[in-house]
Ligand binder design. Structure first.
Ligand code: DC
Length: 223
C-alpha cells in the first residue's frame, strides 16, 4: 500500500509556517503535524521534572512516556497526560527550551516514530525544521519559508505583546537570532531547505499570497 501523501513546510520561526500549515490542512481536509510542539512539550516537561537539557536518557524517557493529544475538537488545544498545556507550550521561553532540547540526537530519534504515526490517509501537512530533509524525505511537495530575522521578530512581537508580559522587540530579535543559530548549526537534522524544496520568502507577502503560491504548486503535483 502506498503511504499517504505528505506536504512539508519547514523554516525558522515567525515565517508564518504554522498558520500556512493549518490553513492548508484545513483546505485539503488532511491531518497536521506541528512537530515544533513535540519539542516544546519535551522542553516544558524537562523544566517541570528538572531534567537537564544535556541529559539524553532523561529526555528520551520523557519523550517515550509522554501522552500527547492534539485535540481536533478544540483546534489549538494540546493535552499532555490529560492536562491542557497549549498556553504554556506556546510561550516564547518554551520555544527557547525546545530549541535547546532539539539539539539532542537521541531525543530526535525517540520522536521519529511518533511523527511517522501522523501520516494517515487522506494526507498529512507536516510543519517543522527537518520535515522535508529527514522525517518525510519522500514528501509529495516540500516548502521552505523564510523571512529576515527583523521581520520575524516584529511579527512575533505583534502576536505576543498582548499575551505575554515583558516581551520586547529587541529581546525577541535576540531570541530569534540565537534560535536560528542553534537550529541551523546543530549536528543532527539542522535547519536547512531540502534540495527539492521550493523556497518562499514570506517577508513581502501576506498569508493569503503565500497560500496562493503554495496552492499553485501543490495543484501541479496533484494534491
Ligand atoms: O516551530 P517551533 O517554533 O514551535 O519550534 C520550536 C523549536 O523546536 C525550534 O526552535 C527547533 C525545534 N524543532 C526542531 O528541532 N525540529 C522540528 N521539526 C521542529 C522544531
Amino acid at each position: 500500500m502506498t503511504p499517504a501523501a505528505v506536504i512539508t513546510i519547514d523554516g525558522p520561526s515567525g515565517t508564518g509556517k504554522g498558520t500556512v500549515a493549518h490553513l492548508l490542512a484545513q483546505e485539503l481536509g488532511w491531518h497536521i503535524l506541528d512537530s515544533g510542539a513535540l519539542y516544546r512539550i519535551v522542553g516544558v516537561a524537562a523544566l517541570d521534572q528538572a531534567v537537564a537539557v544535556d541529559n539524553s536518557d532523561g529526555l528520551v524517557r520523557i519523550a517515550n512516556a509522554m501522552e500527547v493529544d492534539f485535540s481536533t475538537v478544540f483546534p489549538g488545544s494540546i493535552l499532555l497526560d490529560g492536562k491542557e498545556i497549549s498556553g504554556r507550550v506556546r510561550l516564547e521561553e518554551s520555544g527557547v527550551m525546545a530549541s535547546r532540547v532539539a539539539t539532542n540526537p537521541a531525543l530526535r530519534t525517540a520522536l521519529l516514530q511518533r511523527q511517522y504515526s501522523f501520516r494517515r490517509p487522506p494526507g498529512l501537512v507536516a510543519d517543522g525544521r527537518d520535515m522535508g530533509t529527514v522525517v518525510f524525505q519522500d514528501a509529495l511537495c516540500k516548502f521552505y519559508l523564510t523571512a529576515s530575522a527583523e521581520i520575524r521578530a516584529q511579527r512575533r512581537y505583534n502576536q505576543l505583546k498582548d499575551k505575554e508580559v515583558g516581551v520586547s522587540l529587541p529581546g525577541l530579535l535576540r531570541d530569534i537570532q540565537e534560535r536560528d543559530e542553534r537550529d541551523s548549526t546543530r549536528v543532527v537534522s539542522p535547519l536547512k531547505p531540502a534540495k527539492d524544496a521550493l523556497i518562499v520568502d514570506t517577508g513581502p507577502l501576506t498569508i493569503e499570497q503565500v497560500m496562493a503560491v503554495i496552492r499553485q504548486v501543490i495543484r501541479r503535483h496533484g494534491a
